[in-house]
Design a protein. Structure first.
Lengths: 188, 188
């Protein structure tokens, strides 16, 4: 926001994540985050509403990207294929960010309030996807079910990618989850 | 708990739901619930930890019933077919309870804190189902995906049953959701 604070937003996010992992989320204050980033509290609040927001500020963009890819799929694409495009679009944005994603995930998993927040964000993503599918002419209950499936595949593919030791990228992990999902639904 | 208060638990639940609908969940106190039910606050707290618990005390039993039916499915049953048995078992318990389920759902939908609580209960159900499937020998990511699918089908079948004007029972509505889910996954 100011040319005097290059990449303040990213520096604050990195500092926050470091502190949440070192001391725990509950124990960390905004003052400490700002100090670790070499910035002021005022700067912190120009970028984030509170210390929780640091962890979830990306959720809005992710949802927008997902929804846009589904909306832009060819008119002839079946709901699940439109969702597959959204999953690919979202997965690509995680390239090179596994260490950060892992650290963030560990912080969230360790805290009940943050886990709840994550559930709410995923429910919001599901509702937005169902809405997008309905606008593509998909009726209920198919739209709602497909949207829930899309979110489940995203979440489980993401978690498997985080847990993976190898160099597999998230796209591959999410595609594998989608295949497994189709197999499960087919009664395999 | 006492022979002097026949069906105290049910009377408290009915009174609470009435008041939540009349005045809103936030505005209702435990004292008012007890009074409406013709019981004391002390009796209320013998049955429920707080006013929120009145709405969610059934979730544990529902989860147990669902999990048991999945666990008891024939060894040869595919994950989705084991889940179908759980869905049937759970749906049956809602027979004759649509008016109550509708009122409860309206109260929950109107309050952000209660919606969050509902999400947490559903996440817990999903985790328990995934665990049950793993114990049946289902590997990941199939177990997690199947469990999420089971919860999505339950939730969407349930909501469609609530919204339905006719006399269709919940079993039918949930089975229809399961079919729609299979069709979506098959790319229809």
């Amino acid at each position: 926001m100011s040319r005097w604070e290059p990449n303040a937003r990213g520096r604050l996010a990195d500092a926050a994540l470091e502190l949440y992992r070192e001391r725990g989320y509950e124990q960390t204050t905004v003052a400490e985050i700002a100090k670790r980033a070499g910035l002021t509290e005022r700067t912190f609040f120009r970028h984030y509403a509170d210390k929780r927001e640091v962890l979830f500020s990306g959720a809005g963009e992710l949802q927008e990207l997902f929804v846009r890819a589904v909306a832009d799929a060819p008119e002839s694409a079946a709901p699940i294929d439109a969702l597959a495009r959204g999953l690919d679009a979202v997965s690509e944005t995680f390239a090179g960010r596994r260490a950060y994603a892992r650290a963030r995930h560990a912080v969230i998993t360790a805290n009940a309030e943050l886990r709840e927040r994550e559930l709410i964000k995923l429910a919001s993503l599901s509702a937005a996807l169902a809405d997008t599918l309905r606008r593509r002419g998909v009726t209920e209950p198919a739209a709602g079910l497909a949207a829930e499936a899309g979110v489940a595949v995203f979440r489980i593919g993401f978690e498997r990618w985080l847990a993976d030791d190898g160099e597999r990228d998230m796209t591959e992990s999410v595609r594998e989850a989608l295949s497994a999902f189709r197999a499960v639904a087919a009664g395999e």
